[in-house]
Design a protein around this ligand. Structure first.
Ligand code: SAM
Length: 293
């Protein structure tokens, strides 16, 4: 796998750019080479892959990915880290430098992923924005079929939760539009610098097509957001704003074959799509066809 970073070299590189890791940017760097090897193996990365990595940081995981022979497109928001990465790769894996493409940007602002179409996403995601970044990358870069992300354990549980379970919510429902997710491991705080307060979880993602529906993704997601914005409320109440009143909401939910007194937490993504279709058909202003992508 080539030379990976150890705790000493990580401190040294951080010192070189005067880096004080910030919570705001979710800067917890992996200092344990075995954890890097585990993530790369669980990610199924091979030499033929082009991997999209969000937040390469000091390069711990990037070096592991490059070590398989894969190409990596790495998106880093912090210009000091993006600027340092080429030298780190040149020092640790000189032959891999031409397989690394660095994009210095907020991942949430990316309108396209430059370079060859990614085949996989593998990332230790910045914790504060892990869900929006993951959903944005699923929507933006549709070529990757499989992914492995490290997130806070609690977020991992939410991403993989099934309808009806306590952790099920907006992240689980929206992720299910794109694919299936499963928890494939946990990671203790001690493998990071600085050491976070919580455990992390590894989530494997396998992409599939969206549910068959005439509603757009934006329309379906608007119904998901409305259903969970008032989690304890019945669908007929939670969706009344979108539908133009509780009676119209009830009618649309019933027409979709569901009980208007049920709560959003029991609906799968196919159910949300069916409700969105009925709301659009009934002319719900907030969901007018074509008004949302
Ligand atoms: N991959 C490295 C590792 O495993 O050691 C670092 C992971 S650290 C949890 C998250 C990284 O994401 C940091 O390098 C941080 O600067 C970067 N980051 C934070 N917010 C970002 C954003 N919105 N877009 C791109 N990168 C971001």
């Amino acid at each position: 796998m080539g030379r990976l970073l150890d705790p000493r070299s990580i401190r040294e590189y951080a010192g070189r750019i005067g880096l004080r890791p910030t919570k705001a940017l979710g800067q917890n760097f992996v200092v344990d080479a075995n954890t890097v090897r585990r993530i790369v193996a669980l990610g199924g990365v091979t030499g033929g892959d082009t991997v999209l990595e969000i937040g390469p940081g000091l390069g711990s995981l990037t070096l592991g990915l490059l070590g398989t022979g894969a190409s990596v497109t790495a998106v880093e928001i912090d210009p000091r880290l993006a600027g340092l990465l080429p030298a780190t790769v040149a020092a640790h894996q000189p032959g891999a430098a031409d397989r690394l493409r660095i994009v210095c940007s907020d991942a949430l602002d990316l309108a396209a992923v430059p370079g060859p179409a990614p085949t996989r996403l593998v990332a230790n995601l910045p914790y504060g924005v892990s869900v929006p970044v993951l959903l944005h990358m699923l929507e933006l870069s549709r070529s990757w079929r499989a992914g492995l992300v490290m997130v806070q354990l609690e977020v991992a549980d939410r991403l993989v939760a099934a309808p009806g379970s306590r952790a099920y919510g907006v992240p689980s429902a929206k992720l299910a539009w794109y694919g299936t997710a499963r928890r494939v491991g946990t990671v203790p705080p001690g493998v990071f610098w600085p050491v976070p307060k919580v455990d992390s979880g590894l989530v494997g993602i396998t992409r599939h097509g969206p549910p068959a529906t005439s509603a757009t993704r934006g329309q379906v997601f608007a119904v998901v957001d409305a259903a969970f914005s008032q989690r304890r409320k019945m669908l007929r109440t939670a969706l009344s704003g979108l539908a133009g009143g509780p009676a119209a909401a009830s009618a649309a939910v019933e027409a979709a074959g569901l009980d208007p007194t049920t709560r959003g937490e029991r609906l799968g993504i196919g159910d949300f799509a069916a409700v969105a279709e009925r709301l659009v058909a009934a002319g719900a202003g907030a969901l007018r066809a074509g008004s949302r992508s």
